[in-house]
Design a protein around this ligand. Structure first.
Ligand code: 13P
Ligand code: SF4
Length: 362
């Protein structure tokens, strides 16, 4: 893609208003604490018949444990699919709240634990059900399609749930059936889907606090300095950044692109936790973080999700030991949300092969 164009967005429907957690970076473990925690977690996972499912944005120690113990490190779609395929009676989900809720919605008979229940997502927080439901009611002629980054109550009001790896295919499918879409909550992903498929959409005006920060002009300058680099972009990024991409895709699709493409150098516009798996999946290749701030700013790439980074070894050990932080969902909401989520999982079975770089052996 090479064309940059201004797009006209509908008026802002809901201005998100929520506190951000403080910047959480590498945990400060006491000498010997890290290795002791890792050993203890391995043992507890076995003893408690538990499996760890971690998102690519989480701390690399958690990703490493998930890999080594037969769990999964994956994007949102594969995280959702993995829990149902694995026989363990307890799923430990390292990620943000909607990921734990999704696991519980699809696996009500299993115990779902999270290292922290405080890990939110700006998209979920910016789309409260009490505002979203009347918005849907005002558009009864539209099929309601929501991003997985939403609460169980929002999913319960939707006809479809999608993740970034399947959103275009579902939108094409609905367009071919002559449907009009109401999309929530990410406005940039919504705009991208609308431009790529031509489907008729109204779009909720939410955004991801991480991806929204990528800057088109700075990225252009970085590209000029590295003409041999391919640009990989997550579709939660602004349209000007997406327009500069050689590949646009979900986290697993970005990792896959780094393996498949001939380039040795990549500029990557997504959360920085992904570099752990990218380096592992495409050894010998070089990755540069796309810029997130303009000239003169102190932070050139702060693509760091403050909520994802709340997941750490201490929290993981604590919940495995004591069973704290269990995810519960009201059964009426769960049953409704299960319908829209299962629609995605069934559609994915037909249309999306499990990502080639998804770890996990369920
Ligand atoms: P993926 O489904 O691409 O992993 O995206 C999840 C997410 O939260 C991106 O910010
Ligand atoms: Fe939500 Fe953005 Fe964090 Fe992903 S990176 S969990 S979309 S706030």
């Amino acid at each position: 893609m090479s064309v940059t164009r201004d797009i006209e967005l509908p008026p802002v429907i809901a201005a998100p208003d929520y506190p951000l957690p403080g910047s959480v970076r590498t945990p400060d473990y006491a000498p010997g604490e890290r290795s002791a925690l890792i050993e203890e977690i391995r043992t507890l996972l076995r003893e408690k018949d538990a499996v760890l499912v971690a998102h690519y944005y989480t701390d690399e120690d958690l990703q490493m444990i998930a890999d080594e113990t037969g769990g999964a490190v994956a994007d949102s779609l594969e995280m959702a699919r993995f829990g149902s395929k694995h026989p363990a009676s307890t799923l430990v989900v390292a990620g943000v709240r909607f990921m734990g809720e999704t696991a519980k919605i699809l696996n009500p008979e299993k115990r779902v634990l999270m290292p922290t229940l405080e890990a939110e997502c700006s998209l979920d927080l910016g789309c409260p059900p009490e505002k979203f439901i009347p918005f849907c009611d005002a558009h009864p002629d539209r099929t309601v399609v929501v991003y997985a980054n939403t609460s169980a109550a929002v999913k319960a009001r939707a006809d479809w749930v999608v993740t970034s790896s399947i959103a275009l295919k579902v939108a094409e499918h609905l367009r071919n059936e002559g449907k009009k879409i109401l999309w929530a909550p990410d406005r940039y992903l919504g705009d991208y889907i609308m431009r790529m498929t031509g489907v008729d959409m109204v779009i909720w005006q939410g955004s991801c606090v991480v991806h929204e920060e990528f800057k088109m002009d700075e990225l252009n300058r970085l590209k000029d300095g590295h003409p041999e680099a391919a640009v990989l972009v997550h579709p939660e990024s602004p349209p000007g950044v997406i327009a500069l991409a050689d590949r646009v895709g979900s986290t697993s699709q970005i990792i896959q692109a780094a393996c498949e493409m001939d380039n040795d150098l990549f500029i990557v516009a997504t959360e920085d936790g992904i570099f752990h798996k990218m380096k592992e999946a495409a050894p010998g290749k070089t990755f540069i973080a796309a810029p997130t701030a303009g000239e003169g700013a102190t932070c050139k790439s702060c693509a760091h999700c403050p909520w994802m980074k709340m997941n750490d070894l201490r929290g993981l050990e604590r919940v495995l030991e004591g069973g704290a932080n269990e995810v519960f969902i009201d059964e009426v909401i769960r049953r409704r949300a299960e319908v829209s989520l299962k629609r995605m999982v069934d559609f994915a079975r037909e249309h999306i092969k499990p990502g080639m770089h998804v770890s996990g052996n369920a």
